[in-house]
Design a protein around this ligand. Sequence first.
Ligand code: ADP
Ligand code: 5GP
Length: 201
Amino acid sequence: MQKGLLLVVSGASGTGKGTVCKKLLEEIPTLFYSISATTRQPRIGETDGVEYFFISVDEFKNWIAEEKFLEYAEVYGNFYGTPIHKIEERLQRGEDVLLEIDIQGALNVMKKRPDGVYIFLLPPSLEELANRINGRGSESPETFSRRFNAAKNEIAVGEKYQYVVVNDTVDAAVEKIKSIIAAERCKVKRNEFLFEKLLEN
Ligand code: ADP
Ligand code: 5GP
């Protein structure tokens, strides 16, 4: 049986990772979304165990000590981490797992899991990126310029990824990610068992 794909979607803040991943999950209900843990406060409408596991800094430090994270990073003053629990189990069962994480986290996962599928989302332009960061309505002028400048620096890191998807429209970005999934499933290295099975006699 083919193992599931470890899909890592990342990109600069405000590019649309959350929006694109949400739509992708609606279209592929079998995709397992890995819920991260964070020390940031829940936003209005967010529920513990749905968007994130909201935990204290002390708990986060315990999870680090207990090696419960595949990766973790500090993003804009808060900690975020990917719990390792369940990911391997799902992959072994042949289920695809989706991580939506920041760039530092993705680079760390790349080192540990070279078999992962690393997708970098790009905004169609810097002007549109600025609109999107502002459009969320949660930014003060200071946090806007901090996020926008950080985002510009982060974009250059995208060249380390395997795939780049421009998030022009959400639907087009989702279609491209679905094509990447289909192509990855056809890779010879993920299908060696097929050759073995066919030639076993
Ligand atoms: P990220 O998770 O990368 O920080 P979000 O998913 O929160 O980004 O998106 C940032 C803002 O941009 C949101 O207001 C979202 O509605 C908007 N957005 C995301 N993708 C698109 C798109 N393809 N076209 C227009 N607006 C978008
Ligand atoms: P937000 O606070 O807006 O939900 O997320 C802020 C940033 O943290 C986003 O770029 C998001 O992708 C990233 N993030 C969410 N979960 C994780 C995680 O588990 N690990 C890492 N490294 N980044 C994460």
